[in-house]
Every structure is written in C-alpha cells, then in structure tokens.
Design a protein around this ligand. Structure first.
Ligand SMILES: Cc1cc2nc3c(=O)[nH]c(=O)nc-3n(C[C@H](O)[C@H](O)[C@H](O)COP(=O)(O)OP(=O)(O)OC[C@H]3O[C@@H](n4cnc5c(N)ncnc54)[C@H](O)[C@@H]3O)c2cc1C
Length: 478
C-alpha cells in the first residue's frame, strides 16, 4: 500500500450524509476520499426521494391550479401525458443541478471523489470496484453513508408493471386514474396528496389507528380534512393481506375482507438499510435485521474507527438530519471541537397538500410528560396573506408552558408550513417566552404574522388557566 492511497477519512456513499461529512473533515484539513457507485452524487435525496418528490409536488400544485382553486374556483383539466413529461423534465433539471452542487462542494473543499462500488476488505482497507477494475485505499476512519432502499415484502409482486415502490413510482410513464397507496407514513401521505391533486383517485391504507402519530393530533385531523377534500379515501387500522393483478386492475385485500381495486398500487411501508455487500460482517460491524447499523451518540459503530451516518443508522431517515449526523460523526472522530452532537429535537416537514410542519412538544406529549400547558392558534383564513393566497386551511398553533410562559412547541399547517415552522423553532430553542411574538413587528401582510395572533390567543388561554387554577386551589390555612 502506498501513501497515495491512504486517507484520513474514506466515505462510502455520496448522499447528504457522506457529502457533508466529507466536506466537514476536509474543511478542517483532513485528506478525504468519497466513493459513489452511481453515475452522480446525491443519493436518494437528489435522485429518488426528497427532491424528485418535492418537484412532483410543485408540478402537481402548479399544473392542477390547486393553489388558486379557493380563489377562483377554477377546475383545471390536465393532459396526463404532458403533465408527466413536464414533471420528468423538471425532475431531471433539479437533480442535475443539485448533483453538480455536490461535485462543486467536493472540489471547493479538496475532497477526492471516485465513482465505484466500495467494500471493506479488512479493518481499514476499502476495495473500490470500477468499470475498469479494482483499486484499494486505506482510511484511518471509514464512514458508511450508503443510505436506505424501499422495503419490499416477499408477498408483493414488484415485477408487475402496476405495482411500485417509492423509488419506482417516479418512473411511471402514464398518470394513473386510480391508485392504492399502502402505508400512510410520511412518504405514503405525501404521494397520496400529490397524485390526488393530479386528479388520481387515491385509497390510502394504514395498519395503525392514526396516521403520522408523532404530529400534534389537531394537525393530523386538519390534514385529514384536507385529504378528504382532495378526494383521498383513508382506510385506517387495517392490515393488507397482499395485492395481485386481476385483469386490468390491482386488487388489495384488507384484513376485514374488503377488496380494494385500482389501476396502480404504491407500496410505501418502510425502508431498509443498504448494508449488504459492504464487507461489514467480516470486520465485526453489527447490523440489525432491517439492515441498519447501530451507532453510539458519536455515530461510531461497535468497531470504533468505522462510523455510520444517515439513513443507514435508521430513524429518523431524513436528509436534513443525515447531513448533521455526517458532520457530527467526523467532528467527534477527529476531535474537532466544533459540532459534537446533533440537536436533540428535530423539525418535521411533511410535504403533503397542505404542508404540515412541527417542532417540539405536542399537546399529546405534554399530557404524557405531565407538562402544564396552554395552546394558542391563528388561522390563515383570518390572516390577510392567507386570504390573498387563498390558503383557507392553514393554521399556526403554539404550545406554551403555563408556569414559565415559554414556547415549547410549534405546529404549522398550510402554505410554506415547512418554512414558517423555523420561526417557532428559534423561539423554542432559545427558551423564549410567548411574549416575544407579541413584542415583535412582523411584515404585513404575511403568514408569519399568524405567530402574533397565536400568541395573543395564548395570553387569553394563560389568563383563563390562571383564573381556573385560582378557583380550584385548596383554601389557604388561616
Ligand atoms: C420519497 C421520499 C421523500 C423524502 N422526502 C424527504 C424530505 O422531504 N425531507 C428530508 O429531509 N428527507 C426526505 N427523504 C429522506 C432522504 O431522502 C434521506 O434521508 C437521505 O437521502 C439519506 O441520506 P444518506 O446520505 O444517508 O443516503 P442516500 O441519500 O441514500 O445516499 C446514499 C448513497 O450511497 C451510495 N452507495 C450505496 N452503496 C454504495 C457502495 N457500496 N459504494 C458506493 N456508493 C454506495 C448510493 O448510491 C447513494 O448515492 C425522503 C425519502 C424518500 C424516499
């Protein structure tokens, strides 16, 4: 082995986790190599997941005239072929641009980048298989950032051209008129809304009693009303026994005996880690039954110089968090006193129609933890910008601790919810009192101004909570 093939850090996988980890280590002067098996860097975030699905969402909203429906009552009739062609070309443009941004980031930081399949051949040595042969490199630290892939149950025939997983759904060549979506997690709910906005009749099935259980229940029920308005039939608390082709349709049978029929089916229930064929077992790295790699808080596997970050470590499997995990992994490994832990609370952005976004405590977690709280909400239909934009379904909801008046949770549904939530996130993170929003001047008209009115509502709730507490307090001894 020559020195030329030795690196401080070898990263396998150039998705968000690998990219940010590599750039972070190189920024602090480390010699870094990134190995990526696909033609371009970006991973699921750029090519099959985050960005393509958000591009489809924008296309669906734009082409269906969804945003202006409430304003002008315009029903737009889509040409399914033109819609799909438009989507595919937008998707290509966005992915291409973002992949180029990854490459520029590598170049800027002096990160070496190679296309090939990486595999550990012993504790520190990685074999890179390329179209022209194999070469080996050595890393003081190795970061596994190989991501995840859709989980495919054995009883589902994915060779059928009408049964898709969440990667394949973006390669369909015709907009379906009807679709069964199995799994109402984030991905299932997002695709259900997008295809419904494009005029597809959706039946969304979930085995759990409630969808998106980590969200504030009020937001879930507002979202369900919006889904209903989009024509989505939601079937909860039902397992499916499998699906099969019958003539021109796909049939899915539910536990209660109901048979659902549609032109196409999307299976969106879970993902598994891409840990196979990486040579991990041979060097003793533990892998769980979902293919994920357990790590400690420093993103070290049970073999300390082998790090893992991003979807491969499992929950929460978000691009946003994967990037931070990558940075934190290398900062800890090399002892940079910079970014040593991932923020304990993370925001959720769910790109349904409408968007839902959330940070911090919900009413339900307050009850579980015994936190004395009040809430305040402001509706977009009472907000000038909401009226102008025709967003009559939106709302901002604040959760405030009664004793301290601190904002401990913020929940937004509606246009730009995933952007608006960050105003509340800053307040929660800094331990701000609800009075902050009362004192701030907001641009007018803005949806952000809803924070002020949600805060006023909190003040009313706090006053009545105090009065209630006084009434129910035991008499003072005399
Ligand atoms: C439909 C959908 C929508 C999503 N929407 C959002 C969203 O709105 N917001 C959000 O934050 N997250 C979203 N996500 C999740 C997000 O895409 C992932 O969390 C993120 O891509 C994980 O990043 P990663 O770097 O861990 O893995 P990936 O992005 O999967 O990258 C892994 C890379 O490793 C490469 N690789 C694998 N094995 C090897 C090997 N042996 N050698 C070399 N290279 C290898 C792969 O080719 C890939 O490029 C979504 C996911 C899906 C599926």
């Amino acid at each position: 082995m020559t020195d030329a093939a030795s690196y401080d850090l070898v990263v396998i996988g150039a998705g968000p986790a690998g990219e940010k980890a590599a750039a972070q280590a190189a920024f602090f002067g480390k010699r870094v190599l990134v190995i990526e098996k696909e033609a371009e860097p970006g991973g699921a975030a750029v090519f099959t997941g985050t960005l393509p699905s958000k591009t489809l969402r924008e296309t669906a909203l734009y082409l269906s005239g969804y945003r202006s429906r409430e304003l002008y009552g315009v029903a737009v009739h889509l040409d399914p072929l033109a819609t799909l062609q438009h989507l595919m070309s937008r998707k290509r443009e966005i992915s291409e641009a973002e992949a180029q941004a990854f490459l520029r980031n590598f170049e800027r930081h002096g990160v070496e980048y190679v296309r090939g399949r990486g595999r550990l051949v012993d504790a520190h040595d990685v074999a890179i298989t390329t179209s022209t042969g194999e070469r080996r490199v050595r890393g003081e630290f190795i970061l596994i950032a190989t991501g995840s892939k859709p989980f495919r149950p054995a009883d589902m025939d994915f060779t059928d051209s009408s049964i898709h997983d969440s990667d394949e759904i973006l390669t369909i060549d015709c907009l379906p008129t009807s679709m069964i979506v199995l799994g109402a997690g984030v991905i299932g709910c997002e695709y259900a809304c997008m295809f419904a906005a494009l005029g597809c009749k959706i039946t969304l099935v979930d085995a759990r009693p409630e969808i998106l259980p980590f969200l504030d229940l009020e937001m879930v029920s507002r979202l369900k009303q919006a889904m209903d308005k989009l024509g989505i039939e939601l079937v909860q608390n039902q397992r499916w026994k499998g699906a099969r082709r019958v003539g021109d349709s796909i049939e899915a049978t539910l536990d209660d005996g109901r048979v659902l029929r549609a032109q196409q089916l999307l299976y969106a229930a879970g993902r598994s880690g891409c840990s196979a064929d990486l040579g991990l077992e041979a060097i003793g790295v533990t892998i769980d039954k979902r293919g994920n790699i357990p790590v400690d808080e420093h993103f070290r596997t049970n073999v300390p110089h082998v790090l893992a970050a991003g979807d491969i470590v499992g929950f929460p499997a978000l691009a946003s968090v994967s990037m931070e995990q990558g940075r934190v992994a290398v900062c800890n490994a090399f002892g940079f006193s910079y970014k040593t832990s991932v923020a304990p609370v993370m925001p959720y952005g769910i790109y349904t129609i409408p968007e839902v976004s959330s940070y911090g405590e919900t009413e339900e977690t307050c009850k579980e933890k015994g936190i004395d709280y009040v809430i305040g909400r402001a509706l977009f239909r009472d907000n000038a910008r909401g009226l102008i934009a025709g967003d009559l379904q939106g709302a901002v909801k604040l959760v405030v601790e009664s004793g301290t008046r601190k904002v401990i949770g913020v929940h937004v549904i509606g246009e730009r919810a995933s952007e608006l939530v960050h105003i509340g996130q800053v307040a929660v993170t800094l331990g701000a009192k609800v009075d902050l929003f009362i004192d701030m001047v907001f641009n007018y008209p803005t949806l952000a101004d809803s924070y002020k009115y949600a805060a006023y509502h909190c003040l009313i709730s706090l006053a009545s909570h105090a009065a209630e507490s006084k009434r129910s307090a035991p008499p003072r001894p005399v």
